[in-house]
Each structure stands twice: as structure tokens, then as C-alpha cells.
Design a protein around this ligand. Structure first.
Ligand SMILES: [Zn+2]
Ligand SMILES: [Zn+2]
Length: 257
């Protein structure tokens, strides 16, 4: 995955970071316990690739652009963590090179990003909606949006121009990316544009500005389905590694037989 802004940013520097690394023996014990659990679900032939011995690991401390300092381990060679790809939240998608997921409560809103690639597709079956409206909808709205019958929707994983991955719903089950977006009737789009502007003028608190800007862009584009942009929930928490400090091997070389 390429990070569009990667070339314009300074590379991570190697330097001594404030504070101290965890005790090696603690980290080793933690890894061995984690790896023993992981190996239970894997045939031994895959262990060297998916659950390697601890002596393959090199330890690092890294600082992120949010100033947090954390520890990482890299298998194989000593390519610094800033030149590798790490997974997002949990066992999530690979982030662009040199980024790490670091959650902060005050990281801000998910921004809209343009969809640049379509990946895997999956179908999800939904039961018929209950007749009684849920708490968040009043009876009139519910009567319009409620699905009377069980239905199935297609979801596509998409790559955004920030390099992160999200999922979007397709307009129909048989829609394919090659079909391109379906546009709304142009007269209807003109009417909607007027309706939206009137609504926003009448109630300035109705939607935040970034939401309005998104709606304006979609109206200007002919109200495409699927949308050409999607909220990126990874962007606010994807942080760049700005400094690395090599700590040493997880298993000291001279302790090997
Ligand atoms: Zn952080
Ligand atoms: Zn993003």
C-alpha cells in the first residue's frame, strides 16, 4: 500500500528515546506464552512463517507523531519498524508503511476519503425488520425505511486514498466495480440540492460542516451510488513512527546453543 504523503515526510530518525525498555526476560516470557497459544491452531510446518521462535526477533522502542512511545519486535532482519507495515486495530488490515495504530480519545473526527480501489466482496443476510419502530426512529420514518422481507446486501472492502481500508455497501447485489457508480436522475439531483441548502439554512446545527461538504460534493457528482468517498475511521488513530531505538535481540545471540 502506498502512502500518498510518504515522500513528503522526513524519515524516522534513530535515536535514544526517553524512558527505559521493558525487562527482556518479561518480554520473552510474554512472547512464549502468546506463541504457544498461537501454535495450537497451526500445523508445525507453518510455525517458522506465522509463529516463529523467539530467537528470530529484534526489539525496538519507537516514538509516534502523537509523542507516545511503545515497544515493537521485528522478525528476520533488523529493518527498522518505520520501514515496515503494521496491522491496524486488533488483527486489522495492514497500515501504510511506518504507521502504527494509537488510539486517543481526542483524535478528532473520521475524515471523508476518496475510494481508490475495490477489493473483496461479501454478502450479509438480514432478517425482516420488526414492525415496531426502534428507539431512534419515529413511526413515520420507520414505515418508509423498514425492510418487510428478509434481504441480503453486498459489502465491498475498499482502499481509500489515505491507504486505509473500509467497507461500503453496494447499490445492488449484482453490482460490480466495473459497472461504475449509478447516478440519480439529474432533475431530482437539482431538486435535492435546493432542498438540502434550504434545510441547512433553516437549521445551522443540523449537520456539521464536514458532513455538509460531503453531501455537497456528492450532489455535485450526481448523487452516485455507491458513494465515491467514505469516512475513514482509521485516519484519526493512524500515527507515523518518527523515531526508532534498537533495543537488542529477544534472545541474546550468545545464549543459543
Ligand atoms: Zn499515541
Ligand atoms: Zn485513512
Amino acid at each position: 500500500m502506498t502512502d500518498p504523503a510518504a515522500g513528503t515526510r522526513p524519515p524516522a530518525v534513530a535515536r535514544r528515546l526517553p524512558g527505559w525498555a521493558k525487562r527482556r526476560t518479561d518480554v520473552l516470557r510474554e512472547y512464549e506464552k502468546f506463541n504457544a497459544d498461537r501454535r495450537k491452531g497451526l500445523p508445525p510446518v507453518l510455525w517458522p512463517f506465522l509463529a516463529p521462535d523467539p530467537d528470530r526477533y529484534y526489539r525496538w522502542r519507537v516514538q509516534l507523531d502523537c509523542t507516545c512511545i511503545t515497544e515493537l519486535m521485528t522478525p528476520g532482519d533488523q529493518t527498522p519498524p518505520s520501514e515496515r507495515q503494521w496491522r491496524g486495530l486488533g488483527d486489522g488490515e495492514a497500515l501504510p508503511t511506518g504507521q502504527l495504530y494509537c488510539w486517543h480519545d481526542d483524535s478528532g473526527h473520521a475524515p471523508y476519503r476518496t475510494i481508490v480501489g475495490w477489493r473483496e466482496r461479501r454478502e450479509i443476510a438480514f432478517p425482516a425488520d420488526p414492525v415496531e419502530p426502534p428507539e431512534w426512529a419515529d413511526a413515520e420514518v420507520w414505515a418508509v425505511i423498514r425492510h418487510d422481507d428478509p434481504h441480503t446486501s453486498a459489502f465491498w472492502r475498499v482502499t481509500l486514498d489515505c491507504g486505509h481500508v473500509e467497507e461500503v455497501v453496494a447499490p445492488t447485489l449484482d453490482w460490480k466495480p466495473d459497472d461504475g457508480p449509478r447516478l440519480a436522475d439529474t432533475t431530482r439531483v437539482r431538486e435535492m440540492t435546493v432542498e438540502y441548502e434550504r434545510l441547512w439554512a433553516s437549521d445551522p446545527t443540523l449537520q456539521p460542516e464536514r458532513q455538509r461538504e460531503h453531501t455537497r460534493r456528492m450532489l455535485a457528482a450526481g448523487w452516485p451510488r455507491p458513494r465515491s468517498e467514505q469516512l475513514c475511521h482509521t485516519c484519526p488513530h493512524a500515527r507515523r513512527i518518527v523515531a526508532c531505538q534498537g533495543v537488542g535481540c529477544l534472545v541474546p545471540r550468545d545464549s543459543k546453543p
